[in-house]
Write a protein of this length. Structure first.
Length: 139
C-alpha cells in the first residue's frame, strides 16, 4: 500500500508504481512524498549535507512486523524534465524513480554493492516494459 503525500499540484499516475510493488511482492506500507526541486534541495541538505536538489531520496525504517517499509521522496520537477530529456512519459520516469527508491528501502545500494541493485532494476524494468534505469543511464 502506498500512502501518498502530494505537495504539488501535479496529478500522479500511480498504476506503474503499484505494478512495481506487485511484481516485487511488497505488502508493507510505503510513504511516498511528491515535492518540488526547492523542497528536495532542502531535504537533501538537511539529511545528506548535500546542498543541491536530487530526483529521489529514500528513508528506510527499521523492519518491525507491521511497520511501514519507509519513505520515498520524489522531485516532480526533475521527473518531468528527465522524461523530456530521455524521451519517455512523465509516468514512466516517475515509476523509475519510485522503483529506485523502493530498492533502496529493501536494502539495495548501487554505490556499495557489486551490481545487485542494477541487476534487480533491470529485472523489474524488463518485466514491466519500463525505460532504462537510473543506474544504467548514469553510467
Amino acid at each position: 500500500m502506498i500512502e501518498i503525500v502530494n505537495k504539488t499540484n501535479e496529478d500522479i499516475d500511480m498504476k506503474k508504481c503499484e505494478d512495481i510493488l506487485e511484481y516485487l511482492k511488497i505488502k508493507d506500507e510505503i510513504e511516498l512524498i511528491v515535492t518540488d526541486s526547492n523542497e528536495m534541495r532542502e531535504i537533501n541538505r538537511n539529511f545528506r549535507s548535500i546542498d543541491k536538489t536530487t530526483d529521489v531520496l529514500s528513508f528506510p525504517l527499521e523492519k518491525v512486523e507491521g511497520s511501514p517499509l519507509g519513505s520515498i521522496v520524489i522531485n516532480i520537477d526533475m521527473a518531468k524534465n528527465n522524461s523530456k530529456k530521455f524521451s519517455h512519459t512523465p509516468s514512466e520516469e516517475f515509476a523509475l524513480l519510485f522503483l529506485h527508491g523502493v530498492l533502496h528501502l529493501l536494502g539495495f545500494d548501487h554505490e556499495t554493492d557489486d551490481t545487485q541493485m542494477r541487476d534487480k532494476e533491470f529485472e523489474v524494468i524488463s518485466a514491466l516494459s519500463l525505460p532504462k534505469s537510473l543506474i544504467v543511464r548514469g553510467e
